[in-house]
Design a binder for this molecule. Sequence first.
Ligand code: ACO
Length: 402
Amino acid sequence: GLDVSKLLATTGQVALDIGFVNTASCTSAITYIDGDAGVLRYRGYPIDQLAGKASFLEVTYLLIYGELPTADQLAEFDSRLRRHTLLHEDLKQFFRGFPRDAHPMPVLSSAVSALSTFYQDSLDPFDAEHVEISTIRLLAKLPTIAAYAYKKSVGQPFLYPDNSLGLVENFLRMTFGFPAEPYEVDPELAAALDMLFVLHADHEQNCSTSTVRLVGSSHANLFASVSAGINALFGPLHGGANQSVLEMLESIQREGGDIPAFVERVKRKEPGVKLMGFGHRVYKNYDPRAAIVKQTADTVLDKLGGDNQLLDLARQLEEIALSDDYFVERKLYPNVDFYTGLIYRAMGFPTRMFTVLFALGRLPGWIAQWREMIDDPSTKIGRPRQVYTGETERAFVPLDER
Ligand code: ACO
């Protein structure tokens, strides 16, 4: 890539690139995307070779430390995580303060932000031990926080983590279990969720990851940076899309399932009407993650007895869109979120938890990218320029003369 900043600095010019469509903000060795070919690789490994073969824990290790773990390294990593799943009792009280119907995403980001107050002695981004313990704490505690955000939203009692279970199993138990009642984790459900987390684990410089890096570039600590990333993910054009897709499918269903009529509304660009779960800034081809999710949706929905009517609707919608000139010309294909909501729903998650699940999956990517940025001596504080379009200089008019 061409480093235009030095070139332009000599002429006093700035490059205007609204939405950073074609501006690289950093160099990175973590994730590779070829949007035209529909290729995604983590640390060089193609996503289709990792999904279903490597566990979320292995992929987390790969993204953060750069290599797949050996069996010993994985066991050690797993046991360190299991020791840190508990939340401080005072942090647990925070959840009680939110309104009964609070959306779990802002609850999640608030609790992650609050971690900075509980671990004030280990927040130095340039102390390797601080970074390492913050990494372990965040990875271990986010599933507990997410499960508590869910319990809060449905008014049920919290469960302490059971550290005889792995990360995904523990999260499922804390989410769907009840205190003093046995909860059998369904291994197929856990494996499917684990695989979906792998698919979401990193996606280079997307909106939330760029936010994590931008906040971190001011040397804000890991918890503060990731909390900001969670808020960026909340938006419906980013992680919030998985919730919006299901709401869109349900509204089409309610209105009689007339897909061509809905597609026409999208094409007319009616305000607020988009084909959610379609389109991507980088992929101008089928999102490789969407292809894997689509296959999974079939098997998971068969097994868990999900809403096959909605799945059929989604399939028809995809078929019609992919053969329509509007979508073909604009290279709009399903993205990872188009089918995930249907699977999450079949697993028993309410719609408002979908983006929280995305956050759980994306956490290793945010951490890996934050650490890469902090370790890179060429990192500078992120500080975009602007092209000023306001008034030219004018004279002040006192209040009584206006
Ligand atoms: N439905 C209908 N039209 C669309 C859609 C869509 N989902 N996405 C893009 N377009 C159209 C735009 O209206 C535009 O048309 P025009 O050239 O006639 O003006 C053209 O396609 C290009 O779209 P942009 O908005 O310029 O593309 P951009 O790269 O800025 O946006 C984005 C990408 C935000 C993902 C967009 O496709 C979108 O809003 N999709 C729906 C939301 C969604 O699914 N988000 C999840 C993204 S993936 C993720 O975060 C996991």
